[in-house]
Design a protein around this ligand. Structure first.
Ligand code: NAD
Length: 276
C-alpha cells in the first residue's frame, strides 16, 4: 500500500492516512469511497451518525479488495450509549456495512453529564472479545474522561479520534495519549478546508515544496505521528490528499506550522456536546 501503518497498543497495524466520509450523503458515499479505494486508500472512517454506512459498505463490497487489506472504522452514536443499546447498535452498523467485523469501533462522544460511557465501553470490550471489532477506542474524549475510563475498564483504548489541525494542536491530549499508548487520530485534519489552507505561512511552504496547502497540512500531521482521515468528494482532491508520502517537511516548516496554534475549535466542546 501507499500508506505506511502505525502500530496500535494491541499490536494491530492501522494505516496512518484514511478517508473520512462525514457529511457525504449515503448515495454519494459509494462513489466517493470507490474513488478513494481506487486511489490507494485502505482505511475508511464512517459512523452511525453519518448515515452512510450502507454506501460505504457497497463500495467496499464491490472493490474486490481482500478484507484483511482494509481498515474500516465506525462509531457508536450518542443516543445508543448504554450496554445493551450498544450491542444492538453495533449489530446494526455491521449489517449496514455488510461486514462481519470492523477494524476499529469508537464511542463517538463522551457525553460526561449522561455518565454512560463506562457501561458503553464494557459492551465494546465484549465486542472486542468476540472478535467483531479488532480494536476499540473513543473519540472526543478529554484526558479526564480517559482517566476515568482507564480506571474503570480493562482495555486501554487503542485510539482517541479528536479534532486536531494547525489551529487546534491539542498538545495536552497528545502528550497524555503518548503516556498511555493511545494513538491520536485527527478529525478535520484540514480544518474543514475553511481558511486554514489560505494561511500565508502554509501557502509559502506549499510553494517552496511545489505542493498544495492541503498536502503540506497532511504532511505536518504525519510527521507529528498523528493518524489523519481527510475528507473530500472531489476525485482530484481525494487523489491529492494521499500523494503525501514522497516528500518531507523540514524542521523549520514544522516549526512554522506549529506556531499557528490558536486553541480554536471548529466543532463542539466535548465536555458539553450531547446531540444526537
Ligand atoms: P477535513 O479537515 O478533512 O476537511 C474536508 C474539507 O476540506 C472538504 O469538504 C473540502 O471542502 C476541503 N478539502 C479537502 N481536500 C482538499 C484539498 N486537497 N484541497 C482543498 N480543499 C480540500 O474535515 P472533516 O470532513 O470535518 O474531517 C475529516 C473526517 O474526520 C470526517 O470526514 C470524519 O470521518 C471525521 N470526523 C470525525 C468527527 C468526530 O466527532 N469523531 C467529527 C468531524 C469529522
Amino acid at each position: 500500500s501507499k500508506v505506511p501503518p502505525i502500530i496500535l497498543n494491541n499490536g494491530i497495524e492501522m494505516p496512518q492516512l484514511g478517508f473520512g466520509v462525514w457529511q457525504v450523503p449515503d448515495d454519494e458515499a459509494e462513489q466517493a469511497v470507490t474513488t478513494a479505494l481506487e486511489s490507494g486508500y485502505r482505511s475508511v472512517d464512517t459512523a452511525s451518525l453519518y448515515e452512510n454506512e450502507e454506501g460505504t459498505g457497497r463500495a467496499i463490497a464491490k472493490s474486490g479488495i481482500a478484507r484483511d487489506k482494509l481498515f474500516v472504522t465506525t462509531k457508536l452514536r450518542n443516543r445508543h450509549q448504554g450496554y445493551d443499546a450498544t450491542l444492538r447498535a453495533f449489530d446494526e452498523s455491521l449489517a449496514k456495512l455488510g461486514l462481519d467485523h470492523v477494524d476499529l469501533y469508537l464511542i463517538h462522544w463522551p457525553m460526561p453529564a449522561k455518565d454512560t460511557y463506562i457501561d458503553t465501553y464494557k459492551a465494546f470490550e465484549k465486542i472486542l472479545a468476540d472478535g467483531r471489532a479488532k480494536s476499540i477506542g473513543v473519540s472526543n474524549f478529554l484526558p479526564e474522561h480517559l482517566d476515568r475510563l482507564i480506571d474503570a475498564t480493562s482495555v486501554i483504548p487503542a485510539v482517541n479520534q479528536i479534532e486536531l489541525h494547525p489551529h487546534l494542536q491539542q498538545r495536552a491530549s497528545r502528550a497524555y495519549h503518548g503516556e498511555q499508548g493511545i494513538a491520536t487520530e485527527a478529525w478535520s485534519p484540514l480544518g474543514q478546508g475553511k481558511g486554514l489552507l489560505e494561511v500565508p505561512a502554509i501557502v509559502a511552504i506549499a510553494q517552496k515544496h511545489g505542493r498544495t496547502p492541503a498536502q503540506i497540512v497532511l504532511r505536518w500531521h504525519l510527521q507529528l505521528g498523528t493518524v489523519v482521515i481527510p475528507k473530500s468528494v472531489t476525485p482530484s482532491r481525494i487523489k491529492e490528499n494521499i500523494e503525501v508520502f514522497d516528500f518531507e517537511l523540514d524542521p523549520e516548516d514544522m516549526a512554522a506550522i506549529s506556531a499557528l496554534n490558536e486553541d480554536r475549535r471548529l466543532g463542539p466542546d466535548p465536555a458539553a456536546f450531547e446531540a444526537p
